[in-house]
Design a protein around this ligand. Structure first.
Ligand SMILES: Cc1cc2nc3c(=O)[nH]c(=O)nc-3n(C[C@H](O)[C@H](O)[C@H](O)COP(=O)(O)OP(=O)(O)OC[C@H]3O[C@@H](n4cnc5c(N)ncnc54)[C@H](O)[C@@H]3O)c2cc1C
Length: 614
């Protein structure tokens, strides 16, 4: 058994993991990054639209406006102090990325260029603001390359294509993780004073998704199985514009540049649902509108998709109607320059040229608002009171700090990675200076090794691919954009059946040890089933509609009873979990409380939970 010993073990090499690694190493820690993918293949690299920061390069902007939008976008479930840190730290974090060499697009004055994005406004909702800093439509790609170079320069150790499958907890302290080296099938122990989960999301719970194949929520599932609760799992975001059937993302930046959604009647229907923000209302609102239009029989060819039109003649016609300045008008060259990858996707995968024809789009499973609960230093917490598990950190999509509340605004995930990855990295560097090495138990890998042997030797009749497709369909049909008690219960029942087949009747073909993707995908399916299940288990308990959680049997938001975070614990066995859901973790409303203390009248309180109007 190979044992690797490093102060800090970072699991995941996306934006969150690399930022944490960089800052932990800058703080003097000996850092190892363990990643199942080669770092620059992480999903952060696909982020298109941009990273939000109130630089005010093109429009007047302030971090407090960004904080307001983040809280409102999250339908008030956002922790307000964390949102403020996000917005304030975003400004210098983006400038820092620039100084590291990230090639942002430029304004004519050579400042970082910014574009409009849904829900981002100036002066507390007055009008849309240009806040998303971007490098064409490849912002995430540039972030990942930049951070990876910095980590290499800082002598971070990389263990690429090592998949973490378990975590070692000794007397309530995290002492490291266990990984499989994909090239050999061997188990390795990574013994650390601190471990950091930055393993990304679990969009692969959905049948139509923008997420890469690797996004199976391993880190969240491992933490859950080892006694860490997950927070706000009922909130999963559908992005309104995935390519029809394929799910591949068409960035909100398309609408930021003026693109509009059109139904089969040729109508720009968002004018009815969100008279002010229209196509740039928050994602939950736009996704629901597409479903409602579809139900009313107004989807294109009655097939459940809409047209996303960014043809200059269409965009300029609406700009003219809105009385926009002519300098905002676009031509084909603007679209080519600002959205090159989107044009490429559509031309390659659809044979559709977006400068000449509209794109067929439908909502696609996109982003997990919930995850491993942390405080603002990215330390993992294990109860409603905020007790910390020493030695365990998390940031990025797998974590829930909670800055996104019930619905994340576009461009805020990249900020989250950079801001909380950095805070966590710095905290970890200090923590490992003072911490002792925990004594590892004998054979910490025994349990997970046995689980892998079970999968390898399996000889049942159920193929992982078949179970996965069923799970994804169940989630889309029953725990998707709209939910009721009945549908979610059906989802829970079907997941229980799939779980039983996974543990009693699985079959994998490949029995080898070298790059056994069959085996690893089977294990990932187990993680996905757990995450789908906790999503459904919390969705059935939350009897209100808020953000991305839309209950048709409880249509209103109910702040009196439900302005609280959920926590779900997994007790019992892998094959037979017993869940505990609680709703006693308070939402941080400190900005609103400060306003009340100042004696501001209700009408002037910006952070008071009110109905969201776009
Ligand atoms: C197509 C697309 C476009 C997007 N566009 C934007 C945008 O414009 N702006 C924005 O703010 N957000 C955007 N998002 C969201 C944002 O990109 C993601 O939420 C964010 O990049 C997640 O970063 P991360 O560091 O948490 O994880 P990821 O970048 O997903 O990285 C996860 C890492 O964990 C590793 N890993 C996972 N499991 C294991 C394991 N078991 N063992 C070892 N390693 C493991 C992987 O190898 C990988 O390195 C977009 C998302 C998608 C899918």
């Amino acid at each position: 058994m190979k044992v690797h010993k490093h102060d800090a073990i970072i699991v995941g090499a996306g934006g969150a993991g690399l930022m944490a690694a960089l800052y932990a190493s800058k703080g003097g820690a000996d850092v190892a990054v363990v990643s199942k993918l080669y770092p620059t293949r992480s999903h952060t690299g696909t982020a298109q639209g941009g990273i939000g920061a109130a630089l005010g390069n093109l429009d007047e902007d302030k971090p407090i406006y960004h904080t307001y939008d983040t809280v409102k976008g999250g339908d008030y479930l956002t922790d307000q102090a964390a949102a403020r840190i996000l917005a304030e730290n975003a400004v210098d974090a983006v400038i820092e990325l620039e100084h590291m060499g990230l090639p942002f697009d430029r304004t004519s004055e050579r400042r970082i260029s910014q574009r409009r994005f849904g829900g981002h406004t100036r002066n507390f909702g007055q009008e849309l603001v240009r806040r998303a800093c971007h490098a064409a439509d490849r912002t995430g790609h540039m972030i990942l390359q930049t951070l990876y170079q910095q980590c290499i320069k800082n002598e971070v150790h990389f263990f690429d294509e090592f998949q973490v499958v378990d975590m070692i907890v000794v007397d309530g302290v995290c002492a490291g993780v266990i990984a499989i080296e994909l090239g050999t099938g061997e188990f390795h122990i990574f013994h650390g004073k601190a471990s950091f989960f930055a393993t990304g999301g679990w969009g692969r719970c959905g049948a139509v998704t923008s997420n890469a194949h690797s996004l199976t929520g391993d880190g969240a599932a491992i933490a859950l199985r080892r006694g860490v609760p997950l927070q706000d799992m009922e909130f999963f975001q559908f992005h309104p514009t995935g390519i029809y059937k394929m799910g591949i993302l068409i960035t909100e930046g398309v609408r930021g540049e003026g693109g509009v959604l059109i139904n089969s009647a040729g109508e720009r229907f968002m004018e009815r649902y969100a008279p002010s923000a229209k196509d740039l209302a928050s994602r939950d609102v736009v996704s629901r509108a597409i479903y409602l239009e579809t139900r009313e029989g107004r989807s294109i060819k009655n097939r459940g998709y809409m047209h996303l039109d960014v043809r200059p003649q269409t965009v300029n016609r609406y700009f003219a109607e809105e009385g926009r300045d002519r300098s905002d008008f676009i031509d084909e060259a603007t679209v080519e320059r600002k959205l090159p990858d989107i044009l490429d996707f559509c031309r390659t995968y659809l044979g559709v040229d977006p400068v000449k024809e509209p794109m067929p789009v439908q909502p696609t499973a996109h982003y997990a608002m919930g995850g491993i609960p942390t405080n603002i230093e990215a330390q993992v917490i294990t109860d409603a009171g905020g007790a910390v598990m020493p030695g365990l950190y998390a940031a990025g999509e797998t974590a829930c700090v909670s800055v996104h509340g019930a619905n994340r605004l576009g461009t805020n995930s990249l900020v989250d990675l950079i801001v909380f990855g950095r805070r966590g990295g710095m905290h970890m560097a200090e923590f490992v200076k003072a911490a002792d090495w925990a004594q590892l138990p004998a054979n910490p890998e025994a349990e997970i090794r046995a689980e892998f042997e079970r999968l390898r030797r399996s000889s049942g009749k159920s193929r992982p691919g078949e179970l996965r497709a069923k799970m994804q369909a169940t989630m889309m049909d029953n725990v998707g954009v709209f939910r009721t008690q009945e549908t979610v219960q059906r989802g829970i029942d079907e997941l229980a059946e799939l779980r039983e087949r996974f543990y009693q009747d699985i079959h994998i073909d490949d029995k080898a040890h070298v790059f056994n993707t069959d085996l690893m995908e089977a294990w990932e399916l187990g993680a996905l089933i757990d995450l789908a299940d906790v999503t459904a288990q919390t969705a059935i308990e939350r009897k209100e509609s808020r953000g991305a959680h839309s209950r048709e049997d409880f249509k209103a938001r109910d702040d009196e009873n439900w302005l609280v975070h959920s926590l779900i614990h997994h007790d019992g066995e892998l094959a037979n979990p017993a869940y505990r859901v609680s709703f006693d973790k308070a939402v941080d409303l400190s900005l609103w409380e400060a306003e009340k203390e100042q004696g501001l009248p209700e009408g002037e309180q910006k952070f008071r939970p009110v109905e969201r109007v776009y």
